[in-house]
Design a protein around this ligand. Structure first.
Ligand SMILES: *Cc1c(COP(=O)(O)O)cnc(C)c1O
Length: 498
């Protein structure tokens, strides 16, 4: 198997192995690690269609994480994708209508798709530390727009040799999301509400991770920072697996002939999930178009429509809060590819973004985006989609997934000239995680609290209430910290007792 190294998007000389990249999270020059060459998978779909999720994940990860042995990867996969998932298929595929399939990524312990990557990341990371013979304590810093925080803590809580600090925007997350975080057990966990939005938190986390002096200081005290955000390749690569699995299932169901192209729609925030779909296409999954679905924070829609990334715009708190993001970090990896792997050019775009708040890619780069489409759904369209799909197809979805279904309908109406192909829509959260928005789609009084609305969802849909929701109803609040953006560093240092 080809050895795959990882290089920084901002300096190609900065070259590390997979396990080093997973430990570091972000490159020291501020860039993101990308595979130096894209591995190619030898797909025999007729064989893959009969493999279970764990087997496919092992194959895909072995392709990307070449300094792990297959036994090590298998171990991590089996620890991650086990009975924590309430569906033994791990990622069930639901045929919602015609050729449209919902790829349900929310059956893990925190009922959002972040579990797909964050249930395996801690295992990959502690193994990486062993491989690198590091015995510093690993301190995970995580900015969350709502779902990453809980999923990361579920993964790292009580993992020896690790600590985790989660920062979430005080305004914006759903009540269930908040309660999931502030009731988190585990001596090694800390949760802080911040006075700012996700972008502010993510920027400050990156600043802390990139502070050389701080890094040195903490190293002397036996600590080493890493990140559980989707910039970590230990999160990105496990996400590629479910697109391979989804395609294999379509073959199994006789809905595609092996090799026939499909479209994929992804509700997008930090651009991690859709980038994984793009990587799946690059390793050889027959994917035609990648459809980026945004909410009212539609900075990516403009980028895909005119090549101009401009974050200088109003920030909206929407009913799909995990997508309330104006600086989609993982887009840097796509931009790097569009430049033909030009680190200097990528670094320049990114410094324009941080200094001027915008950049414009060249016409030559823009031409390479022909397989990307982008649309957005506003609040009203999102709620309407929840209601219509339930009434018409008895499929109840969360608001993030509804953004994707709305966008699918727009894409289809707008591109009547395209041949109709089977479509996978990434379904990223359980409706139980966002009861207020889901039930307001059915005009159920907004004043009721989330747990009453949970009952209402149960009555409406007949879907069992997930353990993830049941367990927080009476759980004690264990975290009650609030901080300004500038105070985040202080929160970290206090927690480490340094
Ligand atoms: C994180 C998240 C998204 C956005 O995914 P990205 O990888 O950040 O683009 C969409 N929906 C839900 C429910 C999420 O938690």
């Amino acid at each position: 198997m080809t050895q795959i190294n990882y290089i920084s998007t901002r300096n190609k000389q900065n070259r590390v192995t997979a396990s080093q990249a997973i430990l570091k999270g972000i490159a020291e020059d501020g860039g993101l690690y990308v595979p130096e060459i894209m591995p190619k998978m030898n797909f025999d779909w007729n064989e893959l269609k009969d493999k279970n999720y764990q087997a496919i994940a092992t194959e895909v990860l072995s392709l990307f994480l070449t300094d792990y042995t297959e036994t090590e990867i298998e171990f991590c996969v089996n620890q991650a994708y086990d009975s924590k998932f309430t569906d033994e298929r791990i990622v069930p595929l639901v045929n919602v209508k015609d050729d449209v399939f919902s790829l349900e990524l929310f059956h893990g312990s925190t009922i959002a798709f972040k579990d797909m990557a964050l249930s395996i990341l801690p295992h990959l990371m502690t193994l990486a530390a062993k491989k690198q013979q590091i015995d510093d304590e690993i301190v995970i810093l995580t900015a969350t727009s709502g779902d990453t925080g809980k999923a990361a803590m579920a993964g790292f809580a009580n993992v020896p040799g690790t600590r985790i600090v989660v920062f979430y925007p005080k305004e914006g997350v759903s009540e269930i999301q908040r309660l999931q975080m502030v009731t988190q057990k585990g001596e090694n966990t800390k949760v802080v509400a911040i006075e700012g939005n996700f972008d502010d938190a993510q920027t400050e986390v990156k600043n802390i991770l990139n502070d050389e002096k701080l890094r040195e200081d903490l190293k002397n005290k036996g600590f080493r920072f890493s990140s559980a955000n989707s910039i970590n390749i230990g999160r990105l690569t496990p996400q590629v697996a479910y697109y391979v699995y989804g395609y294999a299932q379509l073959v199994k169901l006789d809905r595609v002939v092996a090799g026939q192209e499909i479209d994929i729609v992804v509700p997008t925030g930090n651009f991690g999930n859709i980038l994984a779909a793009y990587y799946a296409k690059n390793i050889g999954v027959p994917i035609r178009n990648l459809i980026c679905a945004s909410n009212q924070n539609n900075v990516l829609v403009d980028f895909f429509n005119n090549g101009h990334y401009d974050r200088k715009r109003s920030f909206f708190v929407t009913n799909s809060p995990s997508m309330d993001i104006l600086v989609s970090s993982n887009l840097e990896r796509l931009v790097f590819d569009l430049t033909g792997g030009n680190d200097k050019a990528t670094a320049k775009f990114m410094s324009e973004l941080s200094n001027l708040g915008e950049y414009k890619i060249t016409a030559k780069m823009y031409d390479k985006l022909h397989d990307f489409y982008a649309y957005y759904a506003d609040e009203e369209q999102t709620l309407k989609t929840i209601k219509n799909y339930f009434n018409q197809y008895q499929y109840l979805m969360d608001p993030h997934t509804a953004v994707a279904f709305s966008v699918y309908d727009q894409y289809k109406a707008d591109n009547a000239n395209l041949v109709q192909v089977p479509t996978l829509i990434a379904s990223t959260a359980s409706p139980y995680k966002f009861p207020l928005s889901v039930m307001s789609a059915f005009n159920i009084a907004e004043k009721r609290n989330d747990f009453v609305l949970v009952e209402a969802i149960n009555q409406l849909s007949g879907m069992p209430v997930p353990e993830a929701v049941a367990e927080i109803i009476n759980a004690p609040i264990l975290h009650d910290n609030t901080s300004s953006i500038n105070g985040m560093i202080e929160q970290v240092l206090n927690f480490l007792n340094v």
